[in-house]
Design a protein around this ligand. Sequence first.
Ligand code: NDP
Length: 247
Amino acid sequence: MDFEGKIGFVTGGSRGIGREIALQMAKRGAAVAIVSRGKDDAERVASEIESLGVKARGYACDVSSIDEASRVAQSAIEDLGTPDFLVNNAGIVRDKLILRMTPEDWNQVIATNLTGVYNFVRVFSPHFIKKRSGRIVNISSVIGLVGNAGQTSYAASKAGVIGLTKSLAKEFAPRGITVNAVAPGYIATAMTNDLGEEIQTKMLEMIPLRRFGTVEDVANVVIFLLSGMADYLTGHVINCDGGMVMG
Ligand code: NDP
């Protein structure tokens, strides 16, 4: 799993799972570009990555905007080169029961979690196709597979990511590009910290391995999918959830 000479691009790389994926890529020698809406956070993580001895850049970008995605992709290519790895990780939750969910709540989740994936696939695809190589890993969620009350927008967006992943895998396979998804279960990050103790206890009971996942658990699977060890895998969704959702 030597990524020396490779270039990675991670959306939502400023904290949580995305930050860990970016760090793991860099530890294996890849140059890394990360984006998040917060410019300072993205630049801070880029500096942290550079201290590992590789090139890194952090850019402010709202993934839901194709114009911003286009601009940032161009900057990353100028600064680091054409990426070999694209990890679409940026995501948000706006959990509400459907009767309380406003069109704005709905649209923001779909625009970030699903359209955001399309946007970066769209802007980097011509480069991957030209090189006839590339690895795309999209971060979905087990909620996209099984659904959850109060999470209609999130579940729909993450199920959409799975459909996108499988279709794109078929479209890109003849061009030497693999496309896979990782579906995390309950991972301890800022996104899940705010859930109350009662929900956390309930969740734990549903996890056969009896612990919440860590950002390292998810990053390990992503790194495997980016590596030569996954050369013959495409169109897969790997659940990283301590056994929560099987089959
Ligand atoms: P965090 O909230 O900790 O981090 C989310 C990251 O995405 C931040 O860097 C954030 O930066 C960025 N981001 C959010 N919205 C945008 C946007 N519109 N444009 C650009 N960047 C954005 O989340 P996690 O690390 O927990 O989650 C990462 C991914 O994993 C998400 O897709 C999430 O749905 C998925 N996941 C997480 C699970 C968990 O239990 N934690 C379980 C299943 C899936 P900023 O706010 O500055 O934009």
